[in-house]
Design a protein around this ligand. Structure first.
Ligand code: GAF
Length: 383
Protein backbone atom coordinates (compact mmCIF):
# COMPACT_ATOMS: atom_id res chain seq x y z
CA UNK A 1 0.00 0.00 0.00
CA UNK A 2 1.67 3.21 -1.11
CA UNK A 3 2.17 6.43 0.79
CA UNK A 4 1.57 8.45 -2.41
CA UNK A 5 -1.98 7.13 -2.70
CA UNK A 6 -2.82 8.23 0.86
CA UNK A 7 -1.67 11.71 -0.07
CA UNK A 8 -3.73 11.61 -3.27
CA UNK A 9 -6.94 10.65 -1.48
CA UNK A 10 -6.36 13.38 1.12
CA UNK A 11 -6.04 15.92 -1.72
CA UNK A 12 -9.07 14.39 -3.43
CA UNK A 13 -11.17 14.91 -0.28
CA UNK A 14 -9.86 18.45 0.24
CA UNK A 15 -10.65 19.44 -3.36
CA UNK A 16 -14.14 17.97 -3.08
CA UNK A 17 -15.24 19.06 0.43
CA UNK A 18 -12.73 21.82 1.15
CA UNK A 19 -11.63 20.22 4.42
CA UNK A 20 -8.70 18.13 5.60
CA UNK A 21 -9.49 14.46 6.47
CA UNK A 22 -10.49 13.49 10.00
CA UNK A 23 -10.58 9.74 9.24
CA UNK A 24 -8.63 7.66 6.71
CA UNK A 25 -8.24 4.00 5.75
CA UNK A 26 -6.47 1.70 3.32
CA UNK A 27 -7.75 -1.74 2.30
CA UNK A 28 -5.86 -4.28 0.17
CA UNK A 29 -7.09 -6.35 -2.75
CA UNK A 30 -6.35 -10.07 -2.71
CA UNK A 31 -4.94 -12.86 -4.83
CA UNK A 32 -5.88 -16.48 -4.31
CA UNK A 33 -3.19 -19.15 -4.64
CA UNK A 34 -5.68 -22.04 -4.66
CA UNK A 35 -9.12 -23.01 -3.34
CA UNK A 36 -11.39 -21.46 -5.98
CA UNK A 37 -15.18 -21.56 -5.88
CA UNK A 38 -15.20 -23.54 -2.65
CA UNK A 39 -15.71 -20.82 -0.02
CA UNK A 40 -19.51 -20.93 -0.31
CA UNK A 41 -19.37 -24.69 0.29
CA UNK A 42 -17.41 -24.49 3.56
CA UNK A 43 -14.13 -25.26 1.80
CA UNK A 44 -10.47 -24.37 2.35
CA UNK A 45 -8.98 -21.41 0.50
CA UNK A 46 -5.49 -19.90 0.37
CA UNK A 47 -5.67 -16.20 -0.55
CA UNK A 48 -3.32 -13.35 0.39
CA UNK A 49 -4.00 -9.63 0.81
CA UNK A 50 -1.85 -7.65 -1.66
CA UNK A 51 -0.10 -4.31 -1.85
CA UNK A 52 -2.64 -2.75 -4.22
CA UNK A 53 -5.85 -1.46 -2.77
CA UNK A 54 -8.54 1.11 -2.10
CA UNK A 55 -7.90 4.27 -0.06
CA UNK A 56 -10.52 6.35 1.73
CA UNK A 57 -10.44 9.73 3.46
CA UNK A 58 -13.42 11.19 5.28
CA UNK A 59 -14.87 13.96 7.41
CA UNK A 60 -17.85 14.01 9.75
CA UNK A 61 -20.66 16.28 8.56
CA UNK A 62 -23.60 17.83 10.45
CA UNK A 63 -26.40 16.66 8.14
CA UNK A 64 -27.61 13.04 8.59
CA UNK A 65 -26.43 12.01 5.11
CA UNK A 66 -23.78 9.81 3.51
CA UNK A 67 -21.83 11.62 0.80
CA UNK A 68 -19.55 9.48 -1.37
CA UNK A 69 -17.09 10.59 -4.05
CA UNK A 70 -14.83 8.36 -6.08
CA UNK A 71 -12.23 8.56 -8.78
CA UNK A 72 -12.56 4.78 -8.88
CA UNK A 73 -15.16 2.72 -10.79
CA UNK A 74 -16.29 5.49 -13.10
CA UNK A 75 -15.90 8.48 -10.81
CA UNK A 76 -18.93 10.26 -9.47
CA UNK A 77 -20.71 11.66 -6.40
CA UNK A 78 -23.66 10.19 -4.54
CA UNK A 79 -25.56 11.58 -1.55
CA UNK A 80 -28.21 9.67 0.43
CA UNK A 81 -30.00 10.17 3.77
CA UNK A 82 -28.54 7.84 6.40
CA UNK A 83 -31.99 6.48 7.23
CA UNK A 84 -32.76 5.64 3.58
CA UNK A 85 -29.68 3.82 2.34
CA UNK A 86 -30.91 1.63 -0.53
CA UNK A 87 -29.23 0.08 -3.60
CA UNK A 88 -28.78 2.39 -6.60
CA UNK A 89 -28.96 1.53 -10.31
CA UNK A 90 -27.00 2.45 -13.39
CA UNK A 91 -24.14 4.92 -13.20
CA UNK A 92 -24.45 5.27 -9.41
CA UNK A 93 -24.28 1.52 -8.71
CA UNK A 94 -20.57 1.83 -7.75
CA UNK A 95 -21.87 3.39 -4.51
CA UNK A 96 -23.68 0.20 -3.48
CA UNK A 97 -20.49 -1.17 -1.90
CA UNK A 98 -19.83 1.72 0.52
CA UNK A 99 -23.48 2.56 1.16
CA UNK A 100 -24.22 -1.13 1.68
CA UNK A 101 -21.50 -1.31 4.32
CA UNK A 102 -22.78 1.80 6.12
CA UNK A 103 -26.32 0.35 5.99
CA UNK A 104 -25.22 -3.06 7.35
CA UNK A 105 -23.32 -1.42 10.22
CA UNK A 106 -26.45 0.64 11.03
CA UNK A 107 -28.64 -2.48 10.97
CA UNK A 108 -26.19 -4.15 13.35
CA UNK A 109 -26.68 -1.22 15.76
CA UNK A 110 -23.53 0.72 14.78
CA UNK A 111 -25.04 4.05 13.70
CA UNK A 112 -22.72 6.86 12.64
CA UNK A 113 -23.63 10.49 12.07
CA UNK A 114 -23.22 12.10 8.66
CA UNK A 115 -20.04 11.31 6.74
CA UNK A 116 -18.43 12.47 3.51
CA UNK A 117 -16.01 9.86 2.16
CA UNK A 118 -13.65 10.12 -0.85
CA UNK A 119 -12.19 6.97 -2.43
CA UNK A 120 -9.16 6.33 -4.67
CA UNK A 121 -7.60 3.03 -5.72
CA UNK A 122 -4.42 1.49 -7.03
CA UNK A 123 -6.36 -1.71 -7.64
CA UNK A 124 -7.86 -2.31 -11.09
CA UNK A 125 -11.64 -2.97 -10.96
CA UNK A 126 -12.97 -6.16 -12.58
CA UNK A 127 -9.53 -7.80 -12.58
CA UNK A 128 -10.44 -10.59 -10.16
CA UNK A 129 -8.40 -8.92 -7.39
CA UNK A 130 -11.42 -8.24 -5.21
CA UNK A 131 -11.71 -4.51 -5.56
CA UNK A 132 -15.26 -4.95 -4.21
CA UNK A 133 -14.07 -6.40 -0.90
CA UNK A 134 -11.36 -3.69 -0.69
CA UNK A 135 -13.97 -0.99 -1.28
CA UNK A 136 -16.16 -2.52 1.43
CA UNK A 137 -13.30 -2.89 3.93
CA UNK A 138 -12.03 0.67 3.34
CA UNK A 139 -15.55 1.91 4.13
CA UNK A 140 -15.92 -0.36 7.16
CA UNK A 141 -12.70 0.98 8.69
CA UNK A 142 -13.91 4.59 8.19
CA UNK A 143 -17.28 3.76 9.79
CA UNK A 144 -15.52 2.06 12.72
CA UNK A 145 -13.21 5.05 13.18
CA UNK A 146 -16.23 7.37 13.18
CA UNK A 147 -17.78 5.20 15.92
CA UNK A 148 -14.54 4.73 17.88
CA UNK A 149 -14.75 0.92 17.61
CA UNK A 150 -12.61 -1.79 16.01
CA UNK A 151 -14.42 -4.99 15.07
CA UNK A 152 -12.45 -8.26 14.87
CA UNK A 153 -11.61 -9.22 11.24
CA UNK A 154 -14.19 -12.01 11.11
CA UNK A 155 -17.06 -9.81 12.32
CA UNK A 156 -16.09 -7.01 9.93
CA UNK A 157 -15.79 -9.50 7.05
CA UNK A 158 -19.29 -10.86 7.74
CA UNK A 159 -20.81 -7.34 7.71
CA UNK A 160 -18.99 -6.58 4.43
CA UNK A 161 -20.24 -9.87 2.93
CA UNK A 162 -23.80 -8.94 3.99
CA UNK A 163 -23.40 -5.62 2.17
CA UNK A 164 -22.22 -7.38 -1.00
CA UNK A 165 -25.17 -9.79 -0.89
CA UNK A 166 -27.91 -7.28 -0.07
CA UNK A 167 -26.69 -4.10 -1.80
CA UNK A 168 -24.41 -5.20 -4.67
CA UNK A 169 -26.53 -8.28 -5.45
CA UNK A 170 -23.59 -10.72 -5.55
CA UNK A 171 -24.11 -13.92 -3.48
CA UNK A 172 -20.35 -14.21 -2.77
CA UNK A 173 -18.66 -16.49 -0.27
CA UNK A 174 -16.54 -15.15 2.61
CA UNK A 175 -13.03 -15.58 1.12
CA UNK A 176 -12.52 -12.06 -0.24
CA UNK A 177 -13.85 -10.20 2.77
CA UNK A 178 -11.82 -12.32 5.20
CA UNK A 179 -8.65 -12.10 3.09
CA UNK A 180 -8.65 -8.31 2.97
CA UNK A 181 -9.58 -7.94 6.65
CA UNK A 182 -7.11 -10.52 8.01
CA UNK A 183 -4.07 -10.08 5.71
CA UNK A 184 -0.50 -10.56 7.00
CA UNK A 185 2.64 -9.14 5.36
CA UNK A 186 4.58 -11.92 3.56
CA UNK A 187 1.90 -14.53 4.26
CA UNK A 188 -0.95 -16.25 2.46
CA UNK A 189 -3.95 -17.13 4.65
CA UNK A 190 -5.26 -20.67 4.95
CA UNK A 191 -8.95 -19.99 5.62
CA UNK A 192 -11.36 -22.68 6.71
CA UNK A 193 -14.63 -21.30 5.36
CA UNK A 194 -16.65 -23.58 7.64
CA UNK A 195 -15.13 -22.54 10.97
CA UNK A 196 -13.87 -19.18 9.58
CA UNK A 197 -10.46 -19.85 11.17
CA UNK A 198 -7.55 -18.04 9.49
CA UNK A 199 -4.01 -19.47 9.61
CA UNK A 200 -1.27 -17.18 8.24
CA UNK A 201 1.02 -19.32 6.06
CA UNK A 202 4.42 -17.95 5.00
CA UNK A 203 5.26 -17.89 1.31
CA UNK A 204 8.27 -20.13 0.61
CA UNK A 205 11.66 -18.43 0.58
CA UNK A 206 12.67 -17.14 -2.85
CA UNK A 207 9.15 -17.38 -4.31
CA UNK A 208 7.19 -14.36 -5.59
CA UNK A 209 3.73 -13.85 -7.05
CA UNK A 210 2.88 -12.37 -10.45
CA UNK A 211 -0.65 -11.36 -11.47
CA UNK A 212 -1.64 -11.21 -15.13
CA UNK A 213 -4.78 -9.12 -15.72
CA UNK A 214 -6.40 -10.51 -18.87
CA UNK A 215 -8.25 -7.23 -19.48
CA UNK A 216 -11.42 -9.30 -19.92
CA UNK A 217 -13.94 -7.83 -17.48
CA UNK A 218 -15.95 -10.24 -15.44
CA UNK A 219 -19.39 -9.51 -14.02
CA UNK A 220 -20.16 -11.80 -11.10
CA UNK A 221 -23.63 -10.30 -10.89
CA UNK A 222 -24.55 -11.58 -14.36
CA UNK A 223 -25.96 -14.79 -12.93
CA UNK A 224 -23.31 -17.43 -13.69
CA UNK A 225 -21.85 -17.22 -10.17
CA UNK A 226 -25.30 -17.70 -8.64
CA UNK A 227 -25.92 -20.67 -10.97
CA UNK A 228 -22.72 -22.36 -9.77
CA UNK A 229 -23.80 -21.86 -6.17
CA UNK A 230 -27.23 -23.29 -6.94
CA UNK A 231 -25.67 -26.38 -8.59
CA UNK A 232 -23.53 -26.95 -5.49
CA UNK A 233 -26.51 -26.56 -3.18
CA UNK A 234 -28.43 -29.09 -5.26
CA UNK A 235 -25.48 -31.51 -5.07
CA UNK A 236 -25.20 -31.10 -1.29
CA UNK A 237 -28.93 -31.70 -0.88
CA UNK A 238 -28.85 -34.86 -3.04
CA UNK A 239 -25.80 -36.13 -1.12
CA UNK A 240 -27.53 -35.38 2.20
CA UNK A 241 -24.79 -33.06 3.52
CA UNK A 242 -24.98 -29.47 4.78
CA UNK A 243 -22.28 -28.37 2.32
CA UNK A 244 -19.87 -30.10 -0.07
CA UNK A 245 -17.00 -29.78 2.44
CA UNK A 246 -18.70 -32.73 4.18
CA UNK A 247 -18.67 -34.96 1.07
CA UNK A 248 -15.80 -37.07 -0.30
CA UNK A 249 -14.85 -37.66 -3.91
CA UNK A 250 -16.10 -41.23 -3.50
CA UNK A 251 -19.52 -39.92 -2.34
CA UNK A 252 -19.75 -37.66 -5.39
CA UNK A 253 -18.67 -40.40 -7.80
CA UNK A 254 -21.12 -42.90 -6.34
CA UNK A 255 -23.97 -40.42 -6.90
CA UNK A 256 -23.01 -39.52 -10.49
CA UNK A 257 -26.21 -40.82 -12.07
CA UNK A 258 -28.50 -39.12 -9.52
CA UNK A 259 -26.64 -35.84 -9.68
CA UNK A 260 -26.71 -35.69 -13.47
CA UNK A 261 -23.59 -34.82 -15.44
CA UNK A 262 -23.46 -31.02 -14.91
CA UNK A 263 -24.11 -31.06 -11.15
CA UNK A 264 -21.74 -34.05 -10.80
CA UNK A 265 -18.92 -32.09 -12.44
CA UNK A 266 -19.60 -29.01 -10.28
CA UNK A 267 -19.46 -31.14 -7.13
CA UNK A 268 -16.35 -32.99 -8.34
CA UNK A 269 -14.61 -29.63 -8.78
CA UNK A 270 -15.48 -28.49 -5.26
CA UNK A 271 -14.47 -31.64 -3.37
CA UNK A 272 -11.28 -32.12 -5.41
CA UNK A 273 -10.33 -28.42 -5.07
CA UNK A 274 -10.68 -28.59 -1.28
CA UNK A 275 -8.30 -31.56 -1.24
CA UNK A 276 -5.88 -29.77 -3.59
CA UNK A 277 -5.86 -26.76 -1.23
CA UNK A 278 -5.04 -28.99 1.73
CA UNK A 279 -2.16 -30.59 -0.21
CA UNK A 280 -0.96 -27.22 -1.56
CA UNK A 281 -0.68 -25.81 1.98
CA UNK A 282 1.50 -28.80 2.93
CA UNK A 283 3.60 -28.41 -0.22
CA UNK A 284 4.19 -24.74 0.63
CA UNK A 285 5.19 -25.57 4.17
CA UNK A 286 7.70 -28.18 2.99
CA UNK A 287 8.96 -26.13 0.02
CA UNK A 288 7.84 -28.72 -2.57
CA UNK A 289 7.33 -26.29 -5.41
CA UNK A 290 6.85 -28.91 -8.11
CA UNK A 291 3.97 -30.44 -6.19
CA UNK A 292 2.49 -26.96 -5.69
CA UNK A 293 2.76 -26.24 -9.44
CA UNK A 294 1.03 -29.52 -10.32
CA UNK A 295 -1.81 -28.68 -7.93
CA UNK A 296 -2.24 -25.22 -9.51
CA UNK A 297 -2.36 -26.83 -12.97
CA UNK A 298 -4.98 -29.34 -11.79
CA UNK A 299 -7.00 -26.52 -10.20
CA UNK A 300 -7.03 -24.61 -13.48
CA UNK A 301 -8.09 -27.68 -15.46
CA UNK A 302 -10.90 -28.41 -13.01
CA UNK A 303 -12.18 -24.80 -13.12
CA UNK A 304 -12.02 -24.88 -16.92
CA UNK A 305 -13.53 -28.31 -17.57
CA UNK A 306 -15.72 -29.22 -14.58
CA UNK A 307 -16.73 -25.83 -13.22
CA UNK A 308 -16.71 -24.02 -16.59
CA UNK A 309 -15.70 -20.60 -15.23
CA UNK A 310 -12.55 -20.02 -17.31
CA UNK A 311 -12.44 -18.35 -20.75
CA UNK A 312 -10.11 -18.68 -23.76
CA UNK A 313 -7.97 -15.69 -22.72
CA UNK A 314 -7.31 -17.11 -19.23
CA UNK A 315 -6.51 -20.54 -20.70
CA UNK A 316 -4.03 -18.96 -23.13
CA UNK A 317 -2.37 -16.95 -20.36
CA UNK A 318 -1.88 -20.05 -18.21
CA UNK A 319 -0.37 -21.91 -21.19
CA UNK A 320 1.98 -19.00 -21.88
CA UNK A 321 3.07 -18.83 -18.24
CA UNK A 322 3.77 -22.56 -18.16
CA UNK A 323 5.89 -22.43 -21.34
CA UNK A 324 7.93 -19.59 -19.78
CA UNK A 325 8.84 -21.78 -16.80
CA UNK A 326 6.86 -20.29 -13.92
CA UNK A 327 6.52 -22.30 -10.71
CA UNK A 328 2.72 -22.58 -11.03
CA UNK A 329 -0.11 -20.78 -12.86
CA UNK A 330 -3.90 -20.80 -12.86
CA UNK A 331 -6.95 -18.63 -13.28
CA UNK A 332 -8.05 -16.87 -10.12
CA UNK A 333 -11.24 -15.48 -8.58
CA UNK A 334 -14.76 -15.76 -9.91
CA UNK A 335 -13.63 -16.34 -13.50
CA UNK A 336 -15.08 -15.45 -16.93
CA UNK A 337 -12.15 -13.00 -17.24
CA UNK A 338 -10.14 -11.26 -14.56
CA UNK A 339 -6.62 -12.43 -13.78
CA UNK A 340 -4.29 -15.40 -13.55
CA UNK A 341 -1.90 -15.92 -10.64
CA UNK A 342 1.65 -17.19 -11.10
CA UNK A 343 4.17 -18.37 -8.53
CA UNK A 344 7.63 -17.46 -9.82
CA UNK A 345 11.26 -17.41 -8.63
CA UNK A 346 11.56 -14.06 -6.82
CA UNK A 347 14.74 -13.14 -8.68
CA UNK A 348 12.93 -13.45 -12.06
CA UNK A 349 9.55 -11.90 -11.15
CA UNK A 350 9.88 -8.65 -13.08
CA UNK A 351 11.44 -10.34 -16.15
CA UNK A 352 8.80 -13.09 -16.21
CA UNK A 353 5.97 -10.55 -15.93
CA UNK A 354 7.42 -8.69 -18.91
CA UNK A 355 7.94 -11.93 -20.89
CA UNK A 356 4.30 -12.95 -20.28
CA UNK A 357 3.10 -9.56 -21.54
CA UNK A 358 5.25 -9.86 -24.68
CA UNK A 359 4.09 -13.42 -25.43
CA UNK A 360 0.43 -12.49 -24.78
CA UNK A 361 0.68 -9.46 -27.07
CA UNK A 362 2.02 -11.74 -29.81
CA UNK A 363 -1.19 -13.76 -29.43
CA UNK A 364 -3.37 -10.67 -29.77
CA UNK A 365 -4.13 -10.22 -26.04
CA UNK A 366 -3.83 -6.86 -24.26
CA UNK A 367 -2.77 -7.83 -20.77
CA UNK A 368 -1.01 -6.28 -17.84
CA UNK A 369 1.39 -8.42 -15.76
CA UNK A 370 2.90 -7.29 -12.46
CA UNK A 371 4.44 -8.74 -9.28
CA UNK A 372 2.41 -8.36 -6.07
CA UNK A 373 3.46 -8.76 -2.45
CA UNK A 374 1.46 -10.29 0.38
CA UNK A 375 0.30 -7.32 2.47
CA UNK A 376 -1.38 -6.36 5.72
CA UNK A 377 -5.12 -6.16 6.43
CA UNK A 378 -7.41 -3.17 5.96
CA UNK A 379 -6.59 -0.57 8.61
CA UNK A 380 -6.82 3.09 9.56
CA UNK A 381 -4.20 5.39 8.00
CA UNK A 382 -2.42 7.89 10.23
CA UNK A 383 -3.23 11.52 9.38
C1 GAF B 1 -15.46 -14.33 -6.01
C2 GAF B 1 -16.29 -14.42 -4.74
F1 GAF B 1 -16.51 -13.16 -4.25
C3 GAF B 1 -15.61 -15.26 -3.68
O1 GAF B 1 -16.45 -15.42 -2.57
C4 GAF B 1 -15.21 -16.63 -4.25
O2 GAF B 1 -16.32 -17.47 -4.36
C5 GAF B 1 -14.48 -16.46 -5.58
O3 GAF B 1 -15.21 -15.66 -6.50
C6 GAF B 1 -14.23 -17.79 -6.25
O4 GAF B 1 -13.36 -18.55 -5.48
O5 GAF B 1 -14.25 -13.65 -5.79
Amino acid sequence: MTEACHVDVFTHLANWIGRQPELASAAPGRINLIGEHVDYQGGLVLPAAIDLGVYAAAVRIDEPVLRLHTSFRGGAEVELPLDALAPLDGASSWANYPLGVAACYRKAGHETGGLAIAFDATLPAGAGLSSSAAFEAATAVIVEQALGIELPPRERALLCQQAEHAYAGVPCGIMDQLAVNAGHVGHALLIDCQSLSVTPTPLPEGVAMVVVDSGVKHALADGEYAKRRADCEQAASILGVGCLREASLADVEAAHATLGDRVFRRARHVVSEIERTRRFATAMATGELQAAAALMAASHASLRDDYEVSCPELDTLVEIANTLGVAGARMMGGGFGGSTIQLVPASAAVDLARAIEVAATAKGLRVSAFPVNAAAAAAPVAL
